[in-house]
Design a binder for this molecule. Sequence first.
Ligand SMILES: NC(=O)C1=CN([C@@H]2O[C@H](COP(=O)(O)OP(=O)(O)OC[C@H]3O[C@@H](n4cnc5c(N)ncnc54)[C@H](O)[C@@H]3O)[C@@H](O)[C@H]2O)C=CC1
Ligand SMILES: O=C(CO)COP(=O)(O)O
Length: 439
Amino acid sequence: MLAVRRVTRYTFLKRTHPVIYTRRAHKFLPLRTASQRRSLQTQLHLKMTAHVSCNVPKDKHDEHAFRRSDSATSIVHLKRAPFKITVIGSGNWGTTIAKVIAENTALHSHIFAPEVRMWVFDEKIGDENLTDIINTRHQNVKYLPKIDLPHNLVADPDLLHSIKGADILVFNIPHQFLPNIVKQLQGHVAPHVRAISCLKGFELGSKGVQLLSSYVTDELGIQCGALSGANLAPEVAKEHWSETTVAYQLPKDYQGDGKDVDHKILKLLFHRPYFHVNVIDDVAGISIAGALKNVVALACGFVEGMGWGNNASAAIQRLGLGEIIKFGRMFFPESKVETYYQESAGVADLITTCSGGRNVKVATYMAKTGKSALEAEKELLNGQSAQGIITCREVHEWLQTCELTQEYPLFEAVYQIVYNNVRMEDLPEMIEELDIDDE
Ligand SMILES: NC(=O)C1=CN([C@@H]2O[C@H](COP(=O)(O)OP(=O)(O)OC[C@H]3O[C@@H](n4cnc5c(N)ncnc54)[C@H](O)[C@@H]3O)[C@@H](O)[C@H]2O)C=CC1
Ligand SMILES: O=C(CO)COP(=O)(O)O
């Protein structure tokens, strides 16, 4: 805000021949073009309305509106800006989200440090390191082939080095690897750091069933929100239009507008013309929906593999949505029912995953070949994961602890098919009335 006052004072002094003082060049520069003058007018307006920080434009679907917003905020020196971002993970979705973020940090370079670090679980591709390939050819040839990545996205195989100086950590790895990552990060993350989890799954431990964002908060002592939506990574990477939901709650030590991560900053970080973001508070709702739709997608895959058609798939999705909402209300009463049908993270994600996601592909393959879930995952996905396989086990174990498996017949049927070789053909009967000896 101080910077704005200084600039506006100087510009008022030279009103007839407007100039602007730029801190970067340490000098006055004339405002030659109409767009520069319009930008100045915006700054004056912002000063007068005492609202200068990171103004998200009303026209949320317009790239140019975001560019205007960026120029309007370009001289605001936030206390902690520019925010430095690290993406932890470089798989199919990890690389896609890192691409989205790097495009935005380059665009809003006074709010975000343009360079984005992406931690890579390194591996050899032929005789080259994947990290080196990403940094030289700017493609993740294994997990997101044929997609050009921005040059300000830097792959880093050293986890602790990759998070050095970061203000925002974006977690994006298959969730079975999260505990090990978090363990390595403990003691290296300052409390002012904020985080977003793009993971879909749960943590099942001594605290019972936990949201992954809560797990990050508990283990690292930092505020963590979530991003979840109908977002098959290959489509988002190709910049085909889609929507997503980001959920974040301001922490108790929130530093204030323009000085800390909030809904406006998160929108600027994730929103693209091809990736529309709605930011809400309901972290639990979007996380539960994102985790459990992977279990429902496995059931849809069984149905598809057996050739039962669209009606059967719709029936599975209807029942699945009911169990998702019930699970949320029962174990996470803070989640809101409307999130499941109003947000991309709810029913829209269920539909897209059940139509074309990896979980449905793996389950279809299981039905067609008789192979196990893990065999199917290995043969089909080239190192990627189908999270439903792990999540259905976590859900089963939790429900069993609570003696509530019979309340969730679809989730339980998926678990029994995947882990106990129960026949897929029995699915309708199991959903109607579950009668399985779990011993
Ligand atoms: N791919 C997609 O379309 C979407 C995925 N998600 C969610 O995003 C999360 C991340 O998924 P993806 O990026 O698709 O991952 P992925 O399924 O592509 O997994 C492969 C990644 O796991 C890494 N990895 C392998 N072993 C590891 C280890 N021991 N420790 C750490 N990392 C290891 C690999 O290096 C690679 O980066 C998941 O929770 C997924 O459910 C959410 C929306 C869309
Ligand atoms: O979460 C996803 C889409 O939103 C991706 O689903 P799959 O992991 O089944 O591909």
